[in-house]
Design a protein around this ligand. Sequence first.
Ligand code: NAG
Ligand code: NAG
Length: 387
Amino acid sequence: MMRVCIILVGLLSLLSIEAYDVGLTFLDSAVAQGAVCLDGSAPAYHMDKGFGAGIDNWLVFFEGGGWCNNVTNCLARRDTRLGSSKQMLTTETFSGMFHNKPKYNPDFYDWNRIKVRYCDGASFTGDVEEVDPKTNLHFRGARIFRAVIEDLLAKGMKNAKNAMLAGCSAGGLTSILQCDNFRSLLPSTTKVKCLSDAGFFINAKTVIGTSHIEGFYADVVQTHGSAKVLSPACTSKMSPGLCFFPQNMIQYIETPIFLINAAYDSWQVKNILAPGVADRKGTWRECKLDITKCSSDQLNILQGYRQEFLKALTGFDNSPSRGMFINSCYSHCQTGIQETWLRDDSPLLGNTTIAKAVGDWYYERATFQKIDCPYPCDKTCHNRVFE
Ligand SMILES: *[C@@H]1O[C@H](CO)[C@@H](O)[C@H](O)[C@H]1NC(C)=O
Ligand SMILES: *[C@@H]1O[C@H](CO)[C@@H](O)[C@H](O)[C@H]1NC(C)=O
């Protein structure tokens, strides 16, 4: 009993070192510009100030959480933490890429680190003036993006030496779609780069060969009026809905950018490859929850998905300003938690942790463009198991 207690206390203290809490700042001044969450509430972010040599360095990270594609689905999220700052938890755990200790985060620990809460439902791209009084839904993600950046500029980012736009999942898509816009909002003297964690969503068919994500993204862009912030080089060639896919616009990005993604991204497998509408009988249920439960037929389909993922990456040329860490794990978002960012047992690619690959690329100590061997070759993965 005593020993169990000691082990427990040991584990708890380990956890408390690996992560710490940061409070929530509401951006009330943004409301006057109509830069608001789905329900009309103020946007919000968590900020831990830079210090020492990092005082003029800024990491601006956008949270993810899927998308809402039409009024029905946006209404369903309006009064949740993903649609309203009134529902958000007032503290957030900082860990991994957000950590303030060099041991856990050697290259960014002393930067100003900001995690922006997701509450617009369209990866911070929406801008619709009208508000339907019946639903009171606001589609204003692009205004939130701008208001947050302007607020941070006023708080000192206007003097930034280094700045990085980052995000995971729907926020990882923000850091791709808004990368050049971010660059244009910062002083020309600032070194600006973008980092997308699990934001490279591909336009793939479902397991039964139907088109699902393509129509869903078209609805997101239509509902939120997102076309205006998307790459003009892309929207002059194809529909704005297609320009929401990184594979169709990433070649036009001029700012240095780094992609971290699992080729078998667990969100994509669950929602692009085998969404409920394409798996009525639930054949994929167990496999989606735990990749070790997939049948050999399902694994073959997953290998096909990886091939499509790698094909979608071909527009991403190998200029040294671009980095990629494409591992073969069953995961989704690997920067914001210590175990996948930097720890003794973290995922490796080319014997390199994500923290080191990103730091080397940002500071130009080395380039990093690597694609893992196919599942299950990589023994360093932290494969997700869902309940
Ligand atoms: C909203 O989108 C969902 C998911 O794609 C779909 O099932 C539903 O029919 C749509 N509702 C409306 C009113 O278009
Ligand atoms: C991987 O890196 C570790 C620690 O830096 C080193 O000890 C080891 O020799 C490397 N392994 C290979 C195969 O390069």
